[in-house]
Design a protein around this ligand. Structure first.
Ligand SMILES: [Zn+2]
Length: 281
């Protein structure tokens, strides 16, 4: 099963988006840049190569094949609801995005999953390249969750393709080091996760890393009272507690990290927090 959105079209959309974000990062940085950006970019992009390979070779083909199978076999919630195709597509994107909120939560709470997800969090500065910095193990394990999402929800291959592009654009955006005008970001934050919101999630502080779990739409954090907006970016220390200083963060160490560092998940003492979008600092 081929991707319903041609590679050339996806390439143009994603390439233009990355170019725009990098241009803005250079002109309007949200957080001060302390270390060599070139070194970080190279490190993050090399870590991203095997993860991208797993995504292209495993995750996407399995996702589209299963979505096609779900249509034929009438699997999933959407196949049981008499919805017009466009509405079913929109509901499908919402359900895929909502279930991803829980996957992100699990990657922080289940020690085995945190071993891999913490490689993403080890980056002590954050920009669009952090969005690509995922350990190939995390992407491989997430294929099983993606398969479950598709079998239970029953989206069409086209819905999956649109969600994948939407999600990728969102992930690049909210990791980027772009300082948007605060009033504009407060408006955008009502719809999708923004750089300031996700910066808070990358903090080493337990109460901050245990908030803002959404990846696409921000409503899931609002509904589950895990929305934290009031922490100013300059007060944040990004990274993973116990691994600050950068010496752990080389390409080889990052790729081997999950296999020899047990990785105790961040202390979890979740209190309900539902701070206002208007208080985004
Ligand atoms: Zn995370």
């Amino acid at each position: 099963m081929k991707n319903p959105i041609p590679n050339s079209v996806r390439g143009i959309i994603i390439g233009t988006w990355i170019a725009g974000l990098v241009w803005l990062e250079n002109r309007r940085a949200l957080r001060a840049v302390h270390t060599s950006k070139l070194r970080r970019d190279v490190r993050n992009l090399v870590i991203a190569v095997p993860a991208g390979g797993v995504m292209q070779a495993l995750e996407l083909p399995i996702a589209f094949k299963l979505a096609e199978l779900a249509q034929r076999k009438k699997w999933g919630i959407l196949r049981r609801l008499p919805l017009p195709p466009v509405v079913a597509g929109a509901v499908g994107i919402l359900l895929l995005d909502y279930t991803l909120y829980w996957w992100h939560f699990l990657t922080h709470r289940v020690p085995f999953l945190w071993r891999f997800h913490q490689v993403h969090h080890l980056d002590q500065e954050m920009d669009a390249t952090t969005a690509l910095r995922f350990h190939f193990g995390e992407i491989t394990i997430s294929v099983a969750f993606r398969a479950a999402q598709i079998i239970v929800i029953g989206p069409t291959p086209t819905t999956v393709a649109f969600w994948q592009v939407f999600l990728f654009l969102c992930i690049l955006f909210h990791h980027s080091n772009v300082r948007l005008p605060l009033a504009l970001e407060r408006r955008i934050a009502r719809i999708v996760i923004t750089p300031r919101l996700h910066g808070i999630h990358h903090s080493i502080a337990p109460e901050e890393v245990n908030s803002n779990w959404s990846s696409g739409f921000s409503i899931w954090d609002l509904l589950h009272a895990t929305l934290r907006t009031e922490t100013p970016q300059h007060t944040l220390t990004l990274g993973v507690r116990g691994f600050l200083g950068g010496s752990e963060d080389t390409i080889c160490k990052a790729l081997l990290f999950p296999f020899h560092i047990p990785g105790e998940p961040p202390e979890y003492n979740q209190v309900q927090v539902r701070q206002s979008f208007d208080a985004l600092a």
